[in-house]
Design a protein around this ligand. Structure first.
Ligand code: 4YA
Ligand code: UDP
Ligand code: MN
Length: 343
C-alpha cells in the first residue's frame, strides 16, 4: 500500500528541517548569514535605529547604517583603517584623557600666507584662537612675503606667533610646493628644539569647531572631503610612471588632502624631505605632478602609512555633497575666486 499524500509532505518537511538544523549545528557562521539575509537579525542591535533618529548616541553606529545604505562597507566611514590606525570622528575619543596626556605637549601650526593669500591669515589665526588646541602650548609658524603687513591677533596664554619671511614665487603652484622645501629646513633646524608635534595647514581655511590633541600622532593626514566615498581607482593620484609621485592603480588607501596633515617633528622632516626630493626630481624632467605637493604627499603616505587618519570632519567645504554625513565641520575652506587670488 502506498503512503498517503499527507504522510509524504510531512516526511519531506521533516527531512528539510533536519538538514537545516544539522547545517546550522555544523556551521554557525552560515546560520547568522542566513538570519541576516532572511531578516531574522533585524532590530537586534543598536545600529538598526533609524538614521534620522537623533537619539542615536554612538556615531559609529550611524556610520554603520550609512555603510549599509551606501551599498557596501566604505573604508573611510570606519573608525579604524585596514592597518589599524584610528580614523578620527566625533565620539571615538575621550578628550579629557587626551588633554591630560598632552598637558606638556608643544604644538606648532605651520602656514604659508604669500601674496594675495595674506588676506586669509587674519580669519585663520582668529578662528584658531577659538578652536585650535585650546588650552595647549601653541606656536604659529607663519611664512609670508610681507612680514610688515601681518596684523597679529589677540592671543591666549601659552600661544606664540613667529613670522618668517619667504620669497614669493610667481606661479601659485610653486608657492604651494615651496612649503615642502621650507618644512624640510625648519623641521631640521629650529622646530626640533621648539615643539613636539607640527600641524601643517592651508591658510584659505577657517576653524569652525573644536580641533584638539585628538588629531596628534606620529604621522597623520586628512581624507580629502571630495573623495572619501570614492573607490581608490577614481582618486586623483599622479598616474604617470615618469613622475616621482606616481601611484599605480591597485595601490593606495585614501586620497589625502594637503590642506591638513602633521606629526612628530622628525616624522615631518622625513615626509617633507621625501616630497621635496620628488618635486626636484620631477623638475629635472620638466614635469609637475598633477596636484603638486599633494601628489607627492599621497605617494609618501601609500608607502609610509599614517598612524592616524582624520575624517572629513577635519577638512570640509560647504559646497560639497554628502554634508549630512559630517556631524562636525571643524575646518572649513573659505570660498575664493581662484583666478583672482592666484594672479
Ligand atoms: C580645493 O577639490 C579648492 O581649490 C576648492 O575650492 C575646494 O575648496 C576643494 O579643495 C574642497 O583632486 C566644492 C568644490 C569641489 C572641488 C572638489 C575637488 C580639489 O581636489 C584636488 C585633488 C585638490 O585637492 C584641490 O586642492 C581641491 O580643491
Ligand atoms: N599659497 C599662498 N599664496 C599663493 C598660493 C598659495 O600663500 O599665492 C599657499 C596658501 O597657504 C594656500 C596654499 O598655498 O592655502 C595652497 O594653495 P590653495 O589654497 O590655493 O590650493 P587649493 O586648496 O585651492 O587647492
Ligand atoms: Mn586651500
Amino acid at each position: 500500500m502506498l503512503p498517503s499524500k499527507q504522510y509524504v509532505i510531512g516526511a519531506t518537511l521533516m527531512m528539510v528541517l533536519l538538514i537545516i538544523v544539522s547545517i546550522c549545528l555544523y556551521n554557525p557562521e552560515r546560520m547568522s548569514q542566513f538570519k541576516q539575509k532572511t531578516g531574522w537579525l533585524q532590530n537586534v542591535n543598536d545600529c538598526s535605529q533609524k538614521l534620522d533618529d537623533k537619539s542615536t548616541e554612538l556615531a559609529h553606529c550611524e556610520r554603520n547604517l550609512l555603510m549599509n545604505d551606501l551599498n557596501g562597507r566604505k573604508a573611510s566611514l570606519n573608525a579604524v583603517t585596514s592597518w589599524l590606525a584610528p580614523i578620527i570622528w566625533d565620539g571615538i575619543y575621550n578628550l579629557k584623557t587626551l588633554n591630560e596626556q598632552h598637558k606638556d605637549t608643544r604644538i606648532g601650526l605651520f602656514v604659508f600666507a604669500v601674496k594675495k593669500y595674506i588676506r586669509f591669515l587674519g580669519p585663520f589665526l582668529e578662528t584658531a584662537e577659538h578652536f585650535f588646541m585650546v588650552g595647549h602650548n601653541v606656536t604659529y609658524y607663519v611664512f609670508t612675503d610681507n612680514v610688515n603687513n601681518v596684523v597679529k591677533p589677540k592671543m591666549g596664554e601659552g600661544r606664540n606667533l613667529q613670522l618668517h619671511e619667504v620669497s614669493a614665487d610667481k606661479r601659485w603652484q610653486d608657492v604651494s610646493m615651496r612649503r615642502m622645501e621650507i618644512l624640510t629646513a625648519i623641521t631640521k633646524e629650529r622646530m626640533a628644539n621648539e615643539i613636539d608635534y607640527l600641524v601643517c595647514a592651508d591658510v584659505d581655511m577657517v576653524f569652525n569647531d573644536h580641533m584638539g590633541v585628538e588629531i596628534l600622532g606620529d604621522r597623520f593626514a586628512t581624507m580629502h572631503p571630495a573623495y572619501f566615498l570614492d573607490e581608490p581607482q577614481g582618486f586623483s593620484y599622479e598616474r604617470r610612471p615618469i613622475s616621482a609621485a606616481y601611484i599605480p592603480y591597485g595601490e593606495g588607501d585614501f586620497y589625502y588632502m594637503a590642506a591638513l596633515y602633521g606629526g612628530k617633528v622628525e616624522e615631518i622632516y622625513k615626509l617633507s624631505t621625501a616630497c621635496h626630493n620628488g618635486i626636484k626630481e620631477d623638475q629635472k624632467k620638466n614635469i609637475e605632478a598633477v596636484w603638486q605637493e599633494e601628489s607627492h604627499l599621497n605617494r609618501y603616505l601609500v608607502y609610509n602609512k599614517p598612524t592616524k587618519v582624520l575624517s572629513p570632519e577635519y577638512i570640509w567645504d560647504t559646497d560639497l555633497p554628502n554634508g549630512e554625513l559630517i556631524k562636525r565641520k571643524r575646518f572649513l575652506a573659505v570660498h575664493k575666486n581662484h583666478e583672482e587670488v592666484r594672479n
